[in-house]
Design a protein around this ligand. Structure first.
Ligand code: ACO
Length: 335
């Protein structure tokens, strides 16, 4: 007997970014930097900053409410909530549980997933497995970050690059040939020190000394992460195509992690994709980590750039080191 595994597709998308805009010109007044340097090295012009009383779960909740409304799904219908984040409200409880409570999703399990900026794609891959196995019918996946709260605002090599935001998708079973066709998840823990936040965990518990030494801030070796990112994007996209038996010519749209326009343009060039078929918002939001892919996806859908039946690739990379590719044959649930 043939066992039909039904994969998942995205039934609704939502996003939220805080109102407060911080431009490169404002940064020029705070640091030894310039709009010209930031734009030419990263493509970033401005980013959003969460308010002092706004935590990661608050952003995730707003994006999730919009995703559920967009999918026409009630909170009670959600079986599982996965929040991908590097900046949880606190070490525990999970941010996903705070979102579950805020939504009133009383029938849902909830957990966080940590895989650097790749976390959102990892979480979609996990959600797909739950749906394919029949363990869950409706899964809410959110990527949410308040990275500006863990940046050292005296370190110009990192603080100009990141921003806050959240995005969420509702995933449901797709018809036969649609939905997620292939996933590639990668990791290389030997590069963990290239991008880390050292203090506050069990290796280096928070203390007056760790704070005095700034060990509670994000640290990054940008040059090395850049080299890794270029390789990771190529591997993520190439591997999902190979696994699905497709070629670059079959790709209709690319939704890459938004860290640096040079990395995105390099990936597009390698895939022979014109930039009109690549989602870009790094100029307006900076690197929003796990939120970047769903925010970019929502914008692409709103602009009518993704149609039913399109092959869409999501690729990402981040702390861990981690990277991932995910290939979807788009299904329009509202047709
Ligand atoms: N303004 C002005 N000058 C600066 C700034 C700044 N904000 N930051 C650094 N510089 C200086 C450096 O001090 C250096 O000066 P030096 O040559 O005198 O030493 C010079 O600019 C060049 O620095 P590089 O590091 O070589 O610059 P590069 O061209 O590599 O660009 C960047 C730096 C933008 C960080 C790039 O390496 C990059 O994007 N890397 C990838 C980062 C990334 O994707 N991170 C996210 C990972 S996802 C996640 O999990 C969060």
């Amino acid at each position: 007997m043939k066992c039909e595994i039904k994969h998942s597709a995205i039934a609704g998308v939502g996003s939220y970014v805080p109102e407060n805009v911080l431009t490169n010109f404002a940064l020029e007044k705070m640091l030894d930097t310039s709009d010209e340097w930031i734009c030419s090295r990263s493509g970033i012009r401005e980013r959003r900053l969460s308010a002092a009383d706004e935590a990661t779960s608050d952003l995730a909740l707003k994006a999730s409410v919009r995703a559920l409304a967009n999918a026409g799904v009630s909170p009670e219908e959600v079986d599982l909530i996965i929040v991908a984040t590097n900046t949880p409200d606190m070490l525990f409880p999970a941010t996903a549980c705070l979102v579950q409570d805020g939504l009133g999703a009383k029938n849902a399990g909830a957990f966080d997933l940590l895989a650097g900026c790749t976390g959102f794609i990892y979480a979609m891959a996990v959600a797909d497995q739950f749906i394919a196995a029949g363990t869950a019918r409706t899964v809410l996946v959110a990527g949410s970050e308040t990275l500006t709260k863990v940046l050292n605002w005296q370190d110009r090599s990192t603080c100009v690059l990141f921003g806050d935001g959240a995005g969420a998708v509702v995933m449901k079973q797709a018809p036969e040939d649609r939905g997620i066709l292939a996933v590639k998840l990668g990791s290389d823990g030997s590069g963990g020190k290239l991008l880390q936040l050292p203090a506050g965990g069990s290796r280096m518990p928070a203390s007056a000394q760790t704070v005095a030494e700034g060990m509670h801030f994000l640290q990054m070796n940008g040059r090395e992460v850049f080299k890794f990112a270029v390789r990771a994007m190529e591997d993520g996209a190439g591997e999902v195509l190979r696994r699905a038996g497709l070629t670059l010519a079959d790709v209709d749209f690319l939704v890459p992690h938004q860290a640096n326009i040079r990395i995105i343009e390099h990936a597009a060039k390698k895939m022979n994709l014109p930039m009109e078929r690549v989602a870009v918002n790094v100029d307006r939001y900076g690197n929003t980590s796990t939120a970047s892919v769903p925010i970019a996806l929502e914008e692409a859908l709103a602009a009518g750039k993704i149609k039913d039946g399109d092959h869409v690739i999501m690729v990402g990379f981040g702390a861990g080191l981690t990277w991932a590719g995910l290939l979807i044959k788009w299904y329009n649930f509202s047709q």
